[in-house]
Design a protein. Structure first.
Length: 452
């Protein structure tokens, strides 16, 4: 409560100070504009009275006296050397005031203003035929303005003080209603910071504090879910990395135990070690790719043709498809979309590669695009298919439908997870339709404009 009162007090003081400055600037600016108009009028009247030659001193003095009375300001008229020739109060005649920069500016042909010792000065050049022949300097005491501002400021100060008293009383009453539930949320957050993630706060009522409590509980559930997923991810990653390492260790031990002396056995073991190292590299590479996707927010966004990208994907996968006697058929037209081309390439590549790997020999993988309200890419195969109960989980990290077959194909269980992360980053969607023994259809939907 004390902190809030200090903030409120400081805010009121700041407001009072800003109001004071605003009033001061406003009053002075308004007066300056008013005096500038009077000074310009006086300069015109001086020229009209013949100033600069055999001028009508009586006429100019009368005008100066009249304007001085109206403006409640003192008027000085100087010659081109800055010497006062007319003073509305007849006290400083023949005195040089060219040391004032307002007069200096006026004698250069400029209007100017400034304030010194609570006196506002406004100057205006007197011109005849484009030549400066003198200046008009008006001086106005700011005492009255400051008195008015002080009066307003005093009234505002009293109002602020009364408002502070009201706020103090109201704060005392509301402390039990508002602060206590917030303290409960803070205590829960502090407990979470210490590692106790399983925290919930009681929800009372239907006000903003209740909404805060609900939001905290929802956030806590998500954090707990993320923590469980993180632990599972670490466990799965450890298991996946351990498997090829264990295989390599067994093979190396076999070689050390004497297998190295038999050339055929040693070559077979070394070939297996090479494959396990490739699998290990694949897992590590995919893990790094997921890490980049989790932490990268500054994606390079560009406009590219989805049709050209699909052709590039198929061109890269064709050698793999040829070794499996699988033909990739493509049909599509130019579709311009906005996004990160490399990431979209990787996403489509992963699905097409999977379709090729899990297709039967002498079969086809069909890829085509469609331009509607959003861009769509279809990838269809006639492979082994995915059981219906496994479809919701195929985008989970390290999840495999058939673990034995997936390892034989060199999969790490991360390809579809990477694809899903990329498509989600582009605010797109992936839908899967599949039947065991008949094949699968993957449908990727992407917006034309990047909305990440």
């Amino acid at each position: 409560m004390t902190s809030y009162l200090i903030i409120i007090t400081f805010s009121l003081l700041l407001i009072n100070f800003l109001v004071y400055l605003t009033l001061q600037n406003s009053y002075i600016s308004s007066k300056k504009d008013e005096l500038s108009l009077y000074a310009s009028t006086m300069a015109d009247k001086a020229v009209e009275g013949g100033f600069g030659g055999d001028y009508n001193s009586y006429f100019i003095k009368n005008v100066a006296s009249s304007i001085s009375s109206q403006a409640k300001a003192r008027i000085f008229i100087t010659d081109s050397n800055g010497k006062i020739v007319i003073d509305s109060e007849d006290k400083l005649n023949n005195t040089r005031i060219d040391n004032l920069y307002e007069v200096q500016d006026a004698l250069k042909g400029n209007t100017s203003w400034g304030s010194h010792n609570n006196i506002l000065y406004v100057s205006n050049p007197i011109k005849l035929g484009g030549r400066v022949i003198g200046s008009v300097l008006m001086s106005y005491s700011l005492e009255e303005i400051y008195k008015t501002i002080f009066s307003v400021h005093k009234t505002l100060g009293i109002i602020s003080f009364l408002l502070l008293i009201i706020v103090m009383v109201f704060s005392y009453i509301m402390t039990g209603i508002i602060i206590e539930p917030i303290k409960n949320v803070i205590n829960a957050i502090e407990s979470m910071a210490e590692g106790n993630l399983d925290q919930r706060v009681e929800v009372k009522g239907n006000d903003e504090i209740a909404r805060l409590s609900i939001a905290f509980n929802n956030m806590n559930e998500k954090i707990n879910l993320m923590d469980r997923e993180r632990r599972q991810f670490v466990a799965d990653a450890s298991h996946e990395l351990k498997s090829p390492l264990a295989s390599i260790k067994v093979l190396v031990q076999s070689l050390l135990a004497g297998g190295i002396n038999d050339k055929n056995i040693s070559m077979e073991f070394l070939d297996n070690i090479d494959k396990e190292i490739d699998r290990l590299s694949n897992i590590v590479g995919n893990l790094l790719e997921l890490t980049k996707l989790d932490g990268s927010y500054g994606l390079k966004i560009e406009v590219f043709d989805l049709n050209d990208l699909c052709k590039d994907v198929i061109k890269k996968i064709n050698p793999i498809a040829s070794t499996r006697n699988v033909t990739i058929r493509y049909e599509g037209k130019s579709i311009l979309i906005e996004g990160n081309r490399d990431n979209i390439f990787r996403a489509i590549y992963n699905i097409v590669e999977n379709s090729v790997k899990y297709s039967n020999p002498n079969s086809y993988v069909d890829v085509w695009t469609h331009k509607g309200s959003k861009a769509k890419i279809y990838i269809k195969d006639t492979g082994i298919g995915i059981p219906e109960e496994d479809i919701p989980r195929i985008f989970e990290r390290f999840y495999r439908v058939d673990k034995t077959r997936d390892r034989k194909t060199g999969g790490s269980g991360l390809g579809l997870s990477i694809t899903n992360e990329i498509i989600k980053r582009h605010k797109g969607e992936i839908h899967v339709k599949s039947k065991v023994g008949e094949g699968s259809l993957f449908i990727i939907t992407l917006p034309y404009k990047f909305e990440g």
